[in-house]
Design a protein around this ligand. Structure first.
Ligand code: F6R
Length: 299
């Protein structure tokens, strides 16, 4: 898994994806046209693609409302859905995708295979990695190229994701202390990804608090260490909220450019740092036995 993170740039998709303008599914016609609402269904390491697209679409004003779906149940109306599942076998994602199709909504799959790849809907197959969370570059860029094709959105494709040992060390220290990760709404997806990496690689349980809402409740109860996230690219209102939090409570501030390159470079360091924490604790960063056991026990 460490090798995967170190080689992330190799997995970035750098060219357009092939998609039809329309397709037939179970005798019905679906058109892949821009819709005001974009649903992104997916769980865990695949679901983060939706979280990050929501952050990016907010920061860069993309021409759709990004709605993240992390459940079996899908009750949405008009729109377009991306169903992202590394394995292609995640029951919540497959069920939500089937529900969207029943409602006449076009669905595009992003996966390495599994049942999702066999549904007979447009599917972008991405290369495998050691774990779903390690396949973020290929899943995220596959989703972004899909959005380029349908909505014409612009994004950067970084040529490298440079490694900085000092940043990794700072993350080891900060995340090892099980902080509350504090981020504004515009960086919420990024904050959850940091938490998830600490959960799955390091087997730690930091929490996430989102601003400005957390200024109306959490701030009164806050007691532990704080990891604050900010960016030069987010609205001034959000930057101010982060600054005021750290002024009042102190905390380690991480500034992340909200570009594809900025996000993936930071998350590569988070991946490496959480693997380092696991190894220092004598834990296998790759194995996720509770997640596997839960999936086995599901009916
Ligand atoms: C991450 C991980 C999980 C899975 C999640 C959904 O490395 O193992 O968070 O991503 O259980 O499974 P997939 O990604 O196969 O849809």
């Amino acid at each position: 898994v460490l090798d995967d993170y170190l080689n992330w740039e190799r997995y970035l998709i750098r060219s357009e994806v092939d998609l039809p303008e329309e397709y037939q599914y179970q005798g019905r016609l679906y058109r892949l046209a821009p819709a005001d609402r974009l649903y992104i269904a997916g769980m865990g390491g695949s679901g983060v693609v939706g979280d990050l697209i929501r952050d990016l679409s907010f920061v860069w004003g993309w021409p759709f409302e990004a709605v993240v779906v992390k459940d079996y149940f899908f009750r949405g109306g008009d729109g377009l859905m991306l169903a992202v599942s590394y394995s292609g076998n995640t029951v919540e994602t497959i069920t939500a995708a089937a529900a969207a199709l029943r409602r006449g909504m076009p669905v595009i799959a992003i996966t390495t295979g599994g049942k999702l790849a066999e549904m007979g809907i447009p599917t972008i197959k991405v290369p495998k990695a050691s774990a779903p969370r390690a396949a973020l570059p290929q899943m995220l860029t596959a989703a972004l190229w899909t959005l380029r094709k349908i909505y014409g959105v612009n994004f950067d494709t970084p040529s490298s994701l440079p490694y900085d040992e000092r940043l990794a060390d700072r993350l080891v220290k900060t995340l090892g202390a099980r902080p509350t990760i504090v981020a504004p709404v515009s960086m919420q997806g990024l904050a959850y990804r940091v938490k998830n990496e600490a959960n799955e690689n390091a087997k730690l349980d930091p929490s996430v608090e989102v601003l400005p809402e957390a200024h109306h409740n959490w701030i009164e109860g806050a007691s532990g260490p704080i990891m604050a996230m900010t960016s030069p690219d987010i609205p001034a209102e959000h930057r101010t909220r982060v600054r005021l939090t750290v002024d009042l409570l102190s905390g380690e501030v991480f500034e992340v450019p909200m570009t594809v390159g900025g996000i993936l470079t930071f998350l590569k360091h988070v991946g490496i740092a959480t693997v380092k924490i696991a190894l220092a604790r004598g834990i296998d960063p790759l194995k996720t036995p509770r997640i596997d056991e839960l999936k086995r026990r599901l009916p």
